[in-house]
Design a protein around this ligand. Structure first.
Ligand SMILES: C[S@@+](CC[C@H](N)C(=O)[O-])C[C@H]1O[C@@H](n2cnc3c(N)ncnc32)[C@H](O)[C@@H]1O
Length: 336
């Protein structure tokens, strides 16, 4: 695990600095082969997201004052963006969904790696800013929309079809996510194994740790952990200190990588819907034994028999079952 705790973030800019006094950045042209060239063309110096981000935010008067409601905590450290791109293994020719490009610092790193980027941004001012920053290039499509309402298939399948030459091509997701939509995005994207192969997200550090590492019999263990392990293989990558963001949030960030499974790799259940409905019901009474919390679905005798059959005590509680145990329980109960 790589800890970016040793990075020395630059000081936050003085909030008293009038946003409109700074000159706007020159518009950069994308040169896909070099991150350094991109950063330099933004006037920020090699690999320096601090100046380009602050300059972008200062460039259009008060329109770009960060909005808390949209989780606008911008990344100031180019190395973190490069680590995000590396964690997703982004290569020339990849197609990437970026959620919330903001000022475009991560976008620049993705483009420099040679990816075609579809960037979905809810804030119209930031969408305009990012379009202005990169000018017109076939490598970047900026879509002004709420990611939770974004129709992924209709945007991505045509691009992937066009890019695939005989072999099926998958896209990737890389994002420094607004913390308030992180669970929703995880639930939205992970079941899309027909479109995506990998998702790398910057989340709140605690959330990243909980999603990747929550073990059974801990208070952190929830239905979302069963969901995540059903659809993907999660891996906690590294922590990012809060001082790397502007404005500085009250918590540190943490990066998680999900290797997204294709439908053929899902654990075998008769219906995903009935499986997750059973898992959610099981956790409704977290401290309750399963023979009680699933009573509205099966009799306690049937539940006890199924538990015994899969090698668990008839008194088992949901926090004692790993994802595979839930699968076996569901399949046994399905035969009742
Ligand atoms: C944490 S900032 C990250 C910005 C930039 N990627 C960076 O690393 O500096 C989150 C971004 O997501 C955008 N955003 C917030 N909610 C969104 C949503 N529901 N759909 C799409 N974008 C959203 C915000 O406007 C903001 O630009």
């Amino acid at each position: 695990m790589l800890a970016l705790t040793s990075l020395s973030p630059r000081p936050s800019p003085s909030p008293a600095t009038p946003p409109h006094r700074r000159p706007p950045p020159p518009r950069g042209r994308i040169r896909p082969t070099s991150a350094v060239a991109t950063a330099a063309s933004d006037g920020g110096g090699a690999g320096d997201d601090y100046h380009s981000t602050i300059r972008s935010l200062n460039s259009h008067g008060r329109r770009h004052v960060p909005r808390k409601s949209l989780g606008q905590n911008y990344m100031l450290n180019a190395r973190v963006n490069e680590e995000l791109v590396a964690a997703a293994g982004v290569e020339v020719g990849d197609v990437v969904l970026e959620i919330g490009p903001g000022t475009g610092s991560l976008t620049a790193a993705l483009l420099a790696a040679g990816a075609t980027v579809v960037a979905v941004e809810k804030d119209k001012h930031m969408a305009t800013l990012v379009r202005d920053r990169f000018g017109s290039t076939e490598q970047l499509k900026v879509i002004e929309e709420d990611i939770t309402k974004f129709h992924v298939h209709s945007h991505f399948l045509p691009i992937l079809d066009e890019k695939s030459r005989g072999t099926k091509k998958y896209a990737k997701v890389v994002a420094n996510l607004p913390f308030n939509v992180s669970t929703e995005v995880v639930k939205q994207i992970l079941p899309m194994g027909d479109v995506f192969s990998v998702m790398v997200l910057m989340l709140q550090d605690e959330a990243a740790l909980r999603l990747a590492n929550a073990s059974i019999q801990t208070p952190e263990y929830r239905p979302i952990n069963v969901f995540v392990n059903f659809y993907s293989e999660p891996e906690y990558k590294f922590k990012v200190e809060r001082a790397n963001f502007f404005p500085q949030p009250t918590v540190d960030g943490g990066v998680i990588r999900f290797k997204i499974k294709d439908a053929g790799e899902y654990p075998p259940v008769s219906s995903n819907k009935s499986f997750f409905s059973m898992v959610n019901s099981a956790f409704n009474g977290k401290r309750k034994m399963l023979r009680k919390s699933l009573q509205h679905l099966y009799s306690s005798v049937e539940i006890e028999a199924a538990l015994t059959n899969i090698g668990l005590p008839p008194t088992a509680r949901p926090s004692e079952l790993m994802m595979d145990d839930f699968v076996r329980l569901h399949n046994h109960l399905g035969k009742v």
